[in-house]
Design a binder for this molecule. Structure first.
Ligand SMILES: NC(=O)c1ccc[n+]([C@@H]2O[C@H](COP(=O)([O-])OP(=O)(O)OC[C@H]3O[C@@H](n4cnc5c(N)ncnc54)[C@H](O)[C@@H]3O)[C@@H](O)[C@H]2O)c1
Length: 354
């Protein structure tokens, strides 16, 4: 087992609540440097979590350090590709938060930089690592769902706009609203469970109806990012659409940060020829027919939500040569192509062929 010297870029919400718990537990990784554009934030973060680390406000300086093996990217979305490419140019492995990038071109550039450097690029896919997801993946791979020909997925929030007015709601920095923010989670989970069919066409619609008229929140996730009362809101708050795949399967999608619905839910529902399933807020039900009767199976026991910690653990297992990467950078490129094509379809009102 090797020890990896790690530099973290971005000391906001996700670094604190999802990455720090991993680094505090797994002794393979030693945080030697932390970086944030805000000088007070980076110092406070260092003092609180990694007192031995050096602090930086410029990631380009930090990635030049020869004694760093891994860069962990926890910045706003538009910087993922910029930081990753600078890290690869300096011979580092990269773990990045989702979404992979804000355009297919940038996602491709990240993969090319990783290939050129001969280093590992992995992007957070925490939902794949939950117990329920691992269980249903095995169930599907064992052929017990038959041919999966249709599905739905979504993450609907009634009131849960993250960092309103800040980078989350500023298209140039986020790449979009709930479609890119939440879509990347649930669309990835659905496509991974479906066996990674190739997307061939999409159609979508987006709406922005809550930019000016709500400060209420019923979602813990609205605390993400730094809200700005006089900031920008030029992204959607609701996105709907459909993705077609090369094997004839379709996936309906729905993502909202704010919408007049009953409550927040995230879900994947898949229909197979032998059985179907719903993954709803981390709980799993399977619907089949057995000996002439309809059966519903519900998973008992712990539905742990430690996906982030496990995904980071998997990344270091890959570096250690103990695991094959579950995530391939091409899947990230395909994901960003889908999301950007849905935005294009929403603009033109037409299906976009990929
Ligand atoms: N996997 C998940 O479940 C999940 C959940 C929330 C957020 N995220 C992702 O994590 C990333 C960060 O989100 P967050 O909620 O922590 O946001 P945040 O705004 O709380 O944190 C981002 C941090 O990056 C810093 N930053 C901005 N520009 C920088 C630069 N040039 N150099 C260094 N630091 C810079 C900001 O000052 C801030 O501290 C986003 O890409 C988001 O999509 C993932």
């Amino acid at each position: 087992m090797s020890e990896y010297r790690v530099g973290i870029v971005g000391c906001g919400g996700i670094s604190r609540w999802a990455h720090a718990p991993f680094y505090q537990k797994d002794k393979r990784a030693k945080i030697v440097a932390v970086c944030d554009i805000l000088p007070d934030r980076v110092k406070q973060f260092r003092d609180e979590f990694y007192p031995e680390a050096d602090t930086y406000t410029d990631f380009r300086e930090m990635v030049k350090r020869k004694d760093i093996d891994v860069i962990d990217v926890c910045t706003p979305n538009y910087l993922h590709s910029e930081v990753a490419i600078a890290a690869f140019a300096n011979g580092k492995h990269v773990f990045s938060e989702k979404p992979d990038a804000v355009s297919p071109e940038k996602a491709i550039a990240m993969k090319e930089a990783a290939d050129k450097a001969g280093k590992v690029l992995m992007v957070m896919r925490n939902n794949r690592f939950m117990d329920v997801s691992q269980y249903i993946k095995q169930y599907i791979d064992d052929g017990r769902m038959g041919e999966i020909y249709a599905g739905r997925c979504g993450w609907q929030r009634r009131r849960g706009i993250p960092g309103k007015g800040g980078w989350f709601t500023t298209k140039a920095q986020s790449g979009g609203g709930p479609l890119i923010d939440l879509g990347v989670h649930m669309i990835d989970l659905a496509i991974w469970l479906m066996g990674n069919p190739t997307p061939v066409a999409v159609t979508g619609a987006t709406y922005c109806k809550f930019a000016d008229n709500t400060d209420s929140s019923d979602s813990e996730h609205s605390k993400f990012g730094d809200a700005k009362s006089d900031g920008t809101f030029d992204v959607e708050d609701l996105s709907m659409g459909m993705i077609r795949f090369d094997n004839g399967a379709v996936l309906q999608i729905e993502f909202s940060w704010a919408s007049n619905i009953e409550a927040e839910h995230r879900f994947v529902e898949l229909r197979g020829t032998k059985s179907g399933m719903t993954w709803m807020d981390g709980a799993l039900k399977i619907f089949s027919e057995d000996h002439g009767v309809l059966t519903n199976t519900e998973l008992a026991g712990s539905l742990n939500a430690e996906g982030h910690v496990r995904n980071l653990c998997h990344f270091f297992d890959v570096l250690d040569g103990k695991a094959e990467p579950c995530f391939k950078p091409q899947q990230g490129i395909d994901m960003i192509k889908i999301l950007c094509a849905i935005y294009e379809s929403a603009k033109t009102g037409r299906e976009v062929v990929l």
